[in-house]
Design a protein around this ligand. Structure first.
Ligand code: ATP
Length: 284
């Protein structure tokens, strides 16, 4: 039995360009947060998925071979020349809302890759795991790397950025899910040519914190998100995380974020306090 974990993320900035060759070119500053998914792998007679956690939309997580952790196992085995891999049972502890715009599935895939690389004694390097991860989803390489990074291309080409001072983050969860695919489709209908991608994002992203090209598309699908985004909690925000619907607020001050959470609670919102993290996927 082997266990690994990987952090969820927010996008400090998320710019989406035009659709080309089947994917949108993006320019994104990814930030890992201190909410981690944990994946335990053990040998089994068939591929099995067990999911635990108290997060919105847990029922949407596939319990069959379509789960991204099984796809990760098959792809990792293939990269090692194994065509008939040992079936595994995966126990996933979820802390990241499902279909919440925080790359929970990608974190599960990253943790599964790290756990299986160890369990199957494959000896793949970080760069080799990232290559496998990029085949599974645009956010998987970042879930492996963690910390703060600039993502270009489809989001898989990463440049590690220096860690910022800790930011305390208040996440407002939504009970509804937003499919990333649906949000991108809505984006295409609103902005068929895409948004302009800033050439200097790496140096100047601190002036653009919270910018997210997908915001009008998410609002088109869920106009009720507006009231969450406009909440006055006395801290910076609210900003849409990835394709939503999770909304985040931030402050460097822990006492201030706690007050903001109390206010959100008194207004009836489901919230979680976390902070920025410098960690990537790792064995636990
Ligand atoms: P992103 O921010 O990367 O676009 P997300 O955080 O919005 O993703 P996920 O939680 O990764 O969304 O899940 C998206 C969909 O992927 C789910 O609705 C589900 O059908 C499918 N899925 C497959 N495997 C998993 C998994 N292990 N955990 C969550 N969802 C999974």
């Amino acid at each position: 039995m082997t266990t690994a974990s990987a952090q969820g993320k927010i996008n400090l900035v998320f710019q989406v360009g035009a659709l080309s060759n089947g994917y949108h070119e993006v320019r994104s500053v990814y930030q890992a947060i201190d909410l981690a998914e944990t994946v335990t792998v053990r040998e089994s007679n068939s591929w099995e998925i067990e999911v635990h956690g108290e997060v919105p939309n847990l029922e949407l997580v596939p319990r069959d071979e379509s789960n991204i952790v099984v796809r990760a196992a098959v792809e990792l085995a293939r990269s090692a020349g194994i065509t008939n891999p040992q079936p595994m049972k995966f126990t996933i502890q979820k802390r990241i809302p499902v279909a919440g715009g925080m790359a929970g599935g990608s974190a599960d895939a990253a943790a599964a890759l790290v756990a299986l690389n160890e369990h199957w004694c494959l000896g793949k390097s970080d760069a080799e795991l990232a290559e496998v991860g990029a085949k599974l989803g645009a956010d998987v390489p970042f879930a492996l790397l963690g910390g703060t990074a600039l993502g270009t291309g489809s989001g898989t080409q990463l440049t590690k950025l220096s860690d910022n001072p800790t930011l305390h983050i208040l996440l407002i969860f939504s009970e509804f899910a937003l499919s990333t695919k649906d949000v991108f489709q809505a984006f295409d209908s609103i902005r068929p040519a895409g948004d302009e991608l800033a050439a200097d994002l790496e140096e100047n992203y601190s002036n653009r914190i919270g910018e997210n090209s997908l915001l009008p598309a998410a609002l088109k699908l869920r106009p009720d998100l507006k009231s969450v985004l406009e909440l006055d909690l006395g801290i910076q925000g609210g900003f849409l995380s990835g394709s939503g619907p999770t909304v985040w607020f931030s402050t460097p001050d822990h006492a201030v974020v706690e007050q903001a959470q109390q206010r959100a609670r008194s207004l009836g919102y489901r919230s979680v306090l976390t902070q920025t993290s410098s960690l990537g996927a790792r064995l636990s």
